[in-house]
Design a protein around this ligand. Structure first.
Ligand code: FAQ
Length: 313
């Protein structure tokens, strides 16, 4: 079948809300776009373990420690589902790891900020997981089958993550004046980076139009950012905390909150590798990879031995 015909049939399938599966014909650009987005997403989950991992040994109670530990382990799981989904498109896991370790691959800007107080665990759960859910629920309907199915499980776990973060913020904001101050300080530092997570504005997002046509993305970056601002402002009111944006106000005509100008220079600076923790995050990840080499070798040797035993039987 001529390429043009195949492409037409492929787009018809997408328009009819059918899923594209690994063995189906797909345009090379669709494959590459998915590899890019899914691998960046997987890397974000893996690097995203580091800012919170930093607090596991210092959680203020056994309950908080157990919950945080479970959350960080969930993030490892999300990374693994996503690497598996990307592998179905023909890229190897080793290649994705090497792209991450060399600094060639992107991961979410948000994980390049430091976690300096316990309240940051609350702010990450509430804001970062909250933003992640807003972006990821529509991905459960992404046109590529393995990605959309992985996202269903990821989203279930993310909603627990968001609630645990909000509960930390609620406890702190109803606590002593020092605790409330700590919660406000965390909100001040995480607010702007969280709304940057949705990516550049629609007019500066080179991938959005095509990704929306292919139904990888269902909403634009700005649409999702606005939805997030609208729900989060109400949640901040319940906490009695102030969002650090003097331009934030309800716009009756639009039926949405207006908000202030995002510092896009800061965003691109972080994306390019120059954020507060980019170097530290990559170094930590590379060290973990190197120190885990003996585990990978042992697992491989064990698998080979079992295979040989089975073949001999
Ligand atoms: N950081 O044309 P667009 C989580 C890049 S998981 C860094 O709009 P696109 C869970 C973008 O890659 C968080 N780079 O791109 C958790 C592109 O560069 P490229 C991650 C960014 O793909 C919680 C360029 O800018 N979530 O948080 C960012 O259509 C707590 C132009 O942008 C996902 O990955 C950014 N924030 O839309 C874990 C969700 N934004 O590749 C631990 C899946 C944009 O052309 C603790 N991904 N860029 O060189 C997506 O939905 C999309 O990829 C977007 C970007 C919306 C992120």
């Amino acid at each position: 079948m001529a390429e043009i015909n195949l492409e037409q049939k492929f787009q018809e399938k997408i328009d009819n809300e059918l899923r594209i599966e690994p063995k189906d014909w797909m345009p090379e650009k669709y494959r590459q776009t998915l590899i890019r987005q899914i691998s960046q997403h997987a890397h974000s989950e893996i690097i995203g373990m580091l800012p919170e991992g930093n607090w596991i040994t210092r959680a203020p109670s056994l309950r908080r420690k157990a919950v945080l530990l479970a959350k960080v382990q969930d993030e490892a799981g999300h990374g693994l589902y996503l690497y598996s989904a990307a592998e179905t498109l023909g890229i190897s896991r080793d290649k994705m790891y090497s792209q991450l370790h060399s600094g060639e691959a992107k991961y979410s800007s948000i994980f390049n900020y430091p976690t300096i107080t316990w309240a940051d665990m609350g702010a990450i759960g509430w804001l970062v997981d909250g933003a992640a859910i807003m972006n990821q629920v529509p991905l459960c309907r992404a046109s590529y089958g393995p990605y959309s199915r992985a996202m269903v499980r990821v989203c279930k776990e993310e909603s627990f993550h968001q609630r645990q973060g909000y509960e930390i913020m609620l406890t702190l904001s109803k606590g002593s004046s020092v605790q409330k101050k700590m919660a406000q300080d965390a909100l001040n530092r995480w607010w702007w980076p969280s709304i940057m997570m949705f990516g550049p504005t629609d007019d500066a997002s080179p991938n959005s139009i095509q990704s929306m046509k292919w139904k990888i993305k269902r909403f634009s970056n700005d649409e999702l950012r606005q939805k997030f601002v609208d729900v989060t402002v109400e949640q901040a009111k319940i906490l009695g905390l102030t969002i650090p944006d003097k331009d934030l106000k309800w716009n009756e005509e639009r039926g949405h909150y207006d908000f202030g100008e995002i510092n896009w220079d800061e965003f691109w600076n972080v994306v390019k590798g120059n954020g507060p923790c980019n170097k530290e995050r990559l170094e930590t990840r590379k060290k973990a990879w190197e120190e885990g080499e003996w585990v990978r070798e042992a697992a491989q040797a064990h698998a080979e031995k079992r295979k040989a035993k089975k073949e001999a039987a």
